[in-house]
Design a binder for this molecule. Structure first.
Ligand SMILES: *Cc1c(COP(=O)(O)O)cnc(C)c1O
Length: 413
């Protein structure tokens, strides 16, 4: 996280003081570093140099148009999970011809929009979806490019909510039944088979399960080849984790090495769908202390960011580093909590911080699954987002106005 540094006793994002960002844009505000985004991308580019690959940034991890645009300029494709995300990619100047569409519940409207934009591939997650897609493509006089998302039944050893490649998950089709489904798809003239897709989970720190999944995908590809089905690509999904606390996170190159070894000699293009590892540590959530509340049992730092801004602690019991923007006074132990009326509304528990009333704090590793999972619970306006680029700071999303929140609501006549 070298792009978020202490200078003269206070935290900076690249060349911009977080104190100045708070003064200009208010709090809570998500602050992203363009250099950090580009560095994370460069890690993939270097690890994959010399191999035919397409990186498809997973839009759901952070879908701000400016972030998508930074990746589009770097030439990435995009992994989307809804028609809304497709609209964002297009609005951000992304190339629909480099979009893969994942998700278990694609509607007819979403399929039509994706076909009309000419996306690169649908990652089909069930048999009924396959037939619906053929029907929708037929009605438009088009052929839908497809991969089947296979579920390889490997355990990624991560949080159960973010593990997706086990038999018990709702995602994909069991790899054992995939071959038969490919044969069925090959008979449908409205479909064009392009590849195999697989994504086993998120916040993965061990490369072994991904390599194990890749070996199963390769075995399926070989079996399909024997039946005359040629594939353009193999899509091994996203999932590389980031350091939130003291996790041992492999370098991108080391994480991908076992996977690339399994794929050595294969002629298909490799697709990857990283999200968290491209944006997670490129963002912090900047927030101000409203009150320091001292209790008999514990002290609370009540800040102006809450579970509606960053849901991960409440949702997954996730740990995010929290630091003072400018430490002052003596260190005390606080539960850092938001104003939302839920006991689950905490950002961090038992944190040792040197804080004064109305000081600023930065919640780290908030670039992925932060803003995109935010809500308006308690009629709280969503945070602003800014991107720092060297010494410049750009507002990339305005803070919501309260009146926006009920603009579409109507009283009874
Ligand atoms: C969420 C998701 C990703 C991205 O996962 P990360 O852990 O953020 O890299 C990629 N592919 C699919 C299908 C997903 O659902």
């Amino acid at each position: 996280m070298k792009h978020f540094n202490t200078r003269d006793g206070a935290l900076f994002a690249e060349g911009v003081a977080l104190e100045n960002i708070a003064a200009t844009y208010g709090t809570p505000t998500f602050v992203y570093s363009r250099a950090a985004l580009e560095e994370a991308h460069a890690g993939y580019a270097a690890a994959l140099a010399g191999r035919d690959t397409m990186l498809c940034y997973a839009v759901k991890s952070n879908s701000n148009l400016a972030i998508l645009n930074v990746f589009a300029r770097l030439g990435t494709g995009f992994d989307i999970v809804s028609g809304g995300e497709l609209a964002r990619v297009v609005a951000a100047g992304g190339d629909p011809g480099r979009v893969v569409f994942s998700g278990v519940g694609k509607t007819r409207d979403e399929m039509r929009a994706a076909l009309e934009h000419g996306i690169y591939c649908f990652n089909v997650e069930s048999e009924p979806e396959l037939y619906r897609l053929a029907e929708v493509a037929g009605s438009l006089g088009k052929r839908a490019p497809i991969a089947l998302r296979v579920n390889p039944d490997v355990d990624p050893k991560t949080h159960p909510y973010i593990s997706t490649g086990l038999k018990c998950n709702k995602f994909g089709v069991p790899i054992s039944g995939a071959h038969a489904l490919y044969l069925a798809a090959a008979k449908l003239p409205q479909l064009e088979i392009r590849g195999i897709a697989c994504h086993i989970g998120s916040q993965l720190l061990d490369p072994a399960p991904v390599a194990e999944a890749a070996a199963k995908v390769v075995a399926l590809a070989e079996a399909l080849n024997r039946d005359g089905i040629e594939l353009r690509h193999l899509d091994l999904g996203g999932g590389l984790g980031i350091r939130y606390d003291d996790e041992e996170v492999p370098a991108t190159r080391d994480y991908l090495a076992p996977l690339l070894k399994v794929l050595a000699g294969r002629k298909e293009r490799l697709l990857l769908e990283p999200g968290r590892s491209l944006v997670g540590n490129a963002g912090v959530l900047l927030s101000r202390v409203e009150y320091l509340k001292r209790g008999e049992d514990r002290n609370f730092a009540i800040i102006d960011a809450a579970m509606n801004d960053l849901a991960r602690p409440a949702l997954y019991d996730a740990w995010h580093r929290i630091a003072e923007v400018r430490p002052r006074g003596s260190v005390e132990r606080y539960d850092v909590v938001g104003p939302v009326c839920e006991s689950g509304d905490f950002l961090g528990r038992a944190r040792d911080l040197a804080l004064g009333q109305e000081d600023l704090v930065a919640i780290f590793s908030a670039g992925a699954y932060g803003m995109t999972m935010s809500s308006n619970y308690n009629t709280r306006a969503r945070a602003a987002e800014v991107m720092v680029d060297g010494g410049q700071c750009h507002l990339i999303r305005e803070r919501e106005r309260i009146s926006d929140l009920y603009a579409g609501e109507h009283l009874l006549p």
